[in-house]
Write a protein that binds this ligand. Structure first.
Ligand SMILES: Nc1ncnc2c1ncn2[C@@H]1O[C@H](COP(=O)(O)OP(=O)(O)OP(=O)(O)O)[C@@H](O)[C@H]1O
Length: 238
């Protein structure tokens, strides 16, 4: 089970601006590995994540998914701000083929949201939204979790519990972490790729990946975001 890129081309377009992110890129990300893709800032991390999840399609080439792939951890635009948190979560569970009842029960307990679960998502405060968004992705039993820079979030006590949940998932599931931070990928991953010159290259170690890009093109970070701004479509409040 895996995500396989075969000769993928992708150009982003906005008015007159065109940015080519991938040119004839091939790679295989296995569902039984913790894979890190080291990529400079602005080189196409979010685009790669969106191609993996199917949010974006390749212009040319093929992306074959034979695993159940998550939406990006803490990815924006997943929740609808006008629906309640419970309605959003029920919808997400059904889209991915899971019974919402036990998953929502788990999220209410784990994220400690109580009655806020039945409020419109855009009426929740930033902490509540952050806890729900991080718990939602890890509560659903995906086969490969997609991390676009941010792995964990929330305030101290939630973050600690969330890290335990992530460690549990990492024992049984695949992760594809796309980041500009060598130390983040070194901490969690056991298989490495580099996104460089619009192509994906395998690397033996994170140090080989870092050497290929050069440290001056990278940006250290710990994959932590205390809170997520917005996080939903139709956000009326922050
Ligand atoms: N719609 C668009 N049209 C043209 N260029 C775009 C578009 N969206 C983003 N870009 C540019 O394409 C490149 C890749 O974007 P992407 O968001 O995938 O990169 P990223 O590595 O995730 O960026 P960051 O490090 O800032 O999070 C960036 O240089 C960005 O400025």
């Amino acid at each position: 089970m895996s995500i396989i890129f075969s000769h993928v081309h992708k150009t982003l377009r906005r008015k007159t601006e065109r940015t080519t992110v991938l040119t004839d890129a091939s790679a295989e990300f296995a569902a039984d590995q913790l894979t890190g893709v080291l990529a400079p800032p602005g080189s196409g991390k979010s685009t790669l994540a969106s191609l993996c999840t199917g949010k974006l399609n390749a212009d040319r080439g093929r992306i074959k998914r034979t695993s159940l792939i998550s939406f990006p951890v803490a990815g924006g635009g997943i929740f609808n701000g006008l629906l309640t948190a419970r309605e959003n979560l029920a919808f997400l569970c059904r889209v991915f083929g899971f019974d919402p009842v036990p998953i929502i029960r788990f999220i209410i307990d784990f994220a400690e949201v109580g009655k806020a679960i039945d409020k419109p998502f855009n009426m929740l405060n930033r902490d509540e939204r952050t806890r729900i968004m991080f718990t939602a992705v890890y509560a659903i039993p995906f086969e490969i979790y997609i991390v676009d820079g941010t792995l964990v979030g929330g305030r101290a006590s939630f973050r600690e519990r969330c890290e335990e949940l992530i460690a549990e998932r990492m024992r049984n599931c695949g992760f594809l972490m796309i980041s500009s931070s060598p130390s983040l990928l070194a901490k969690y991953c056991n298989s490495f790729w580099v996104l460089d010159n619009q192509a994906l290259h395998p690397a033996e170690t994170i140090w080989a990946a870092q050497d290929r890009l050069g440290p001056e093109r990278l940006r250290e970070g710990d994959g932590y975001a205390e809170g997520i701004e917005g996080g939903a479509d139709n956000m009326a409040l922050n």
